[in-house]
Design a protein around this ligand. Structure first.
Ligand code: ADP
Length: 772
């Protein structure tokens, strides 16, 4: 807002309100004769016109007022004027006879009075000069008040006259100098100025008749302002009590103060409610302030903390010197990982954030400790899990490669044993020894298979088939295979099948067989007299599926009560004092995994010395199509080629011993077979390019070019008649049957090493036949 700066030296305007032209003329002459050169007179002849002039301009230095005007006569004239314009210098002009009136006028608020005919130019000039001077002082005061936002007022209860400076009006939102309020307004509770009434009341009742306080006022438009007010009661020259007060607008300061309080409260709130430990301390390590979380994190009480050094909180102080130097240099530290040791000696992982505080009377820093123990632990668990996964993977790879490495030489041992057994002229003793070698190798092979199986199961990488099968046939086969051993030990062997169970079911026949084989095998192994009894019971039947319980009972050595639960664990075997039983402690663990993966449960009951019963239950679907449920259809039964069959076979194999085993085994079966041997895939492809063969037996793991690569080369890069020839994979990788990778690479089928001669002959016959 721009305001014109008043010029106090020039343009001293004087308003003359006088209806008598002679009197008016006289004033003008006297003034022109005086030394007040810069006075300008505005002349009005009625009170109304005079007040209109004052309304229009508020910079009259003085008003010369005749009390008898056409529209107002006597003392009233002054009161009317002062009522409207209380802050003006009014000099009353009275007649000779009205001198008393002049005195009364001064008492009522006029500045002075002049008696017509009795003043000369000198007196007029003196009176006016005083007014001009007073006006200029008032203007300066007003200016000062405006800048300081301080207004003052005065109230005289005996005259009921209330006068207030412009700033008071401004504070209340009124335009200055335009309004004046009366005692009535002060008494009206609706009026903004009613506050003065209250201030006066309070001043009277205050101790030493002096009131000082911050109060809230309402502006004309309803806005609130805060003011500091001071009011006192004094006696004026007439010995009347007069209230005089000042009022300062302190709204901005008050708002700033309130903001400050609020933000302090907010800070305090954050400080006290924070889950992070927040503290302030000196560089000597003394705590000057800390929140509740600090006490919680450290486990120390408040007094304990006060007596501690900050350094005592940390379990490891390696970071300290760097940290302290940084903070002292004013470099903020953010999220530094530290370990805090609490009162109980437990270590917590925290992130420390700190920055320097420097004020007139304090130098130190604030620290914030965020507890990350939990997330740290989670991270460590995650790391441990990753390591575990990694090592599980390594274990699997290790087991797979170990079992491969063991199977390869075992193939040679078994194959050679078979070959030796077929030679003529062996003594009984020799035949015995060879048979022992063969049996031991078979046991070893079984162990290798078990280990591989358990590794697969533990990695959860097992898939189950779901085919129709004949339950009766499966159990009959099992009894058949096992009866040899049962007979050997002279045990009773029984099979009971609940008649209500449908004969044709759906599921993984091989896995079910494997479980039963394990349990029955154990039962026979650990029983010397009595019986082994297999039972199958129906637990429940619903449309499309049956819930069956299998039971294998024996009268063997039994299991100590406290060990029954443990036998399903990997590698658990119960020690027996006087006898040694073969085994690895893997069979039951495999069985348990197989049962549980299919949604069943396995358990055992046993009495030491009396026998054991093993149970497991499975839910199996009933077969959709009973016809398809029989084993491999008889009509497709592969007939092994006759002994005189003649065909050319390419054997691709790098292991010399196994080359010999395969060659001899095959030649023994087929006298006319023509076998060529290639040491690796590369040589095989070269031979295939030059010669014709009926079938290829391809090892997988070989140097230079492996079996997969060679097969792909043959299938994709060689002439039609070569590309379409039968290729049988031959491998010691036991899992090949499960992942069917050999098919992806274009091989027709596979034989597992060590091979069962029968199996090998059948597969070769199948593909050689096909191609004829
Ligand atoms: P393995 O038979 O190869 O040792 P298993 O996992 O099949 O391994 O069996 C674990 C152990 O449980 C056996 O070593 C034996 O102590 C005990 N066990 C299993 N079946 C029987 C049984 N029918 N009677 C007595 N003990 C048994």
């Amino acid at each position: 807002m721009q305001e014109t700066i008043p010029n106090f030296e020039t343009d001293n305007k004087v308003l003359l309100i006088e209806d008598n032209p002679g009197d008016a003329r006289l004033v003008e002459i006297l003034l022109s004769e005086s030394d007040l050169l810069n006075c300008k007179i505005t002349h009005k002849t009625t009170l109304f016109d005079g007040m209109s002039a004052l309304e229009a301009s508020d910079d009259y230095a003085a008003i010369l007022l005749d009390l008898s005007l056409p529209d107002s006569r006597g003392f009233e004239t002054l009161i009317k004027l002062l009522d409207r314009f209380p802050n003006n210098n009014v000099i009353v002009l009275t007649g000779h006879a009205d001198k008393v009136l002049g005195v009364k006028a001064v008492q009522a608020g006029a500045q002075d009075f002049l008696v017509k005919g009795l003043f000369d130019s000198e007196l007029l000039a003196k009176t006016l000069r005083f007014s001009i001077e007073r006006n200029s002082v008032l203007k300066r005061l007003e200016e000062t008040q405006r800048i300081a936002k301080i207004g003052n007022w005065e109230y005289n209860p005996s005259t009921k006259l209330f006068t207030a400076s412009n700033e008071v009006y401004r504070i209340f939102g009124y335009p200055p100098r335009k309004t004046n309020f009366s005692f009535n307004d002060l008494e009206n509770p609706e009026h903004p100025f009613h506050i003065f009434y209250k201030i006066h009341e309070e001043t009277i009742s205050s101790n030493n008749k002096l009131l000082r306080k911050d109060i809230r006022i309402k502006q004309i438009k309803g806005d609130n302002r805060y003011v500091f007010t001071q009011c006192s009661i004094n006696k004026n020259s007439e010995n009347n009590l007069v209230f005089s007060g000042i009022m300062q607008d302190i709204t901005e300061r008050k708002q700033a103060e309130q903001e400050m309080v609020k933000s302090q409260e907010r800070y305090q709130d954050i400080f006290s409610k924070s889950k992070d430990a927040i503290y302030i301390c000196t560089f000597d390590g003394k705590f000057t302030d800390f929140n509740r979380a600090t006490a919680i994190l450290t486990g120390y009480s408040q007094p304990e903390l006060r007596s501690l050094n900050v350094k005592d909180l940390f379990a490891d102080l390696e970071f300290w010197d760097d940290f302290e130097r940084n903070v002292k240099d004013g470099v903020s530290v953010k999220d530094l990982e530290v370990s805090v040791q609490n009162k109980n000696g437990e270590t917590q992982y925290c992130l420390l954030t700190a920055s320097k505080i420097e004020t007139e009377d304090f130098v130190g820093y604030n620290g914030i400790l965020r507890d990350i123990t939990e997330s740290k632990q989670a991270e460590e668990l995650r790391k441990a899990r990753d390591v575990a996964r990694q090592s599980a993977m390594l274990k699997e790879q290790f087991i797979a490669s170990i079992s491969h490495e063991m199977r390869t030489p075992m193939n040679a041992i078994l194959g050679m044993s078979n070959l030796v057994l077929k030679t003529s002229g062996l003594s009984d003793e020799q035949e015995n020894y060879i048979n022992s070698i063969k049996q031991s190798s078979e046991i070893l092979l079984g162990i290798v298979n078990d280990i591989l199986e358990i590794a697969t199961l533990q990695n959860g990488k097992i898939k189950f088939e779901n085919h129709d099968f004949d339950l009766h046939e499966l159990l009959a086969n099992l009894v058949n295979v096992m009866s040899y051993k049962v007979n050997e030990k002279d045990l009773n062997f029984e099979l009971n099948i609940d008649e209500r169970i449908p004969r044709f079911l759906q599921g993984d026949k091989l896995r079910l067989n494997q479980i039963l084989y394990n349990l029955v095998g154990n039962a026979i192994k650990f029983t010397d007299a009595g019986f082994v009894r297999i039972g199958v019971e129906l637990l429940n039947e619903s449309s499309g599926s049956v819930h069956i319980k299998f039971k294998v009972q024996d009268t063997g050595i039994g299991i100590p009560e406290d060990k029954v639960g443990a036998i399903f664990e990997t590698f658990t075997r119960i020690r027996t004092k006087d006898r040694l039983f073969e085994g690895t402690g893997l069979g039951l663990s495999i069985a348990k995994n197989l049962v549980e993966y299919q949604g069943g449960k396995i358990w055992a009951e046993s009495t030491l010395g009396q026998g054991s019963t093993f149970f497991f239950d499975l839910i199996l679907e009933t077969a959709i199509n009973e016809d398809g449920a029989t084993d491999t259809p008889k009509k497709d039964e592969i007939v092994i080629l006759g002994e005189d069959a003649s065909f050319r076979l390419l054997l691709v194999e790098d292991h010399k011993m196994n080359q010999l085993v395969a060659r001899k085994t095959l030649e023994r079966q087929w006298g006319n077979i023509d076998i060529t041997i290639a040491d690796n895939g590369k040589i095989a492809t070269e031979l295939l390019a030059e010669h014709t063969y009926d079938i290829v037996l391809m090892d997988i793991q070989m140097p230079i070019m492996d079996g997969y690569e060679a097969t792909q080369y043959i299938r994709n890069k060689m002439p039609e008649h070569v590309a379409t020839m039968p290729i049988l994979a031959m491998t010691a990788h036991a899992h090949i049957s499960k992942d069917e990778k050999f098919k992806e690479y274009g091989m027709d089928d596979f034989v597992l090493k060590p091979f069962e001669p029968e199996q090998l002959f059948k597969k070769i016959s199948k593909y050689v036949n096909k191609n004829r």
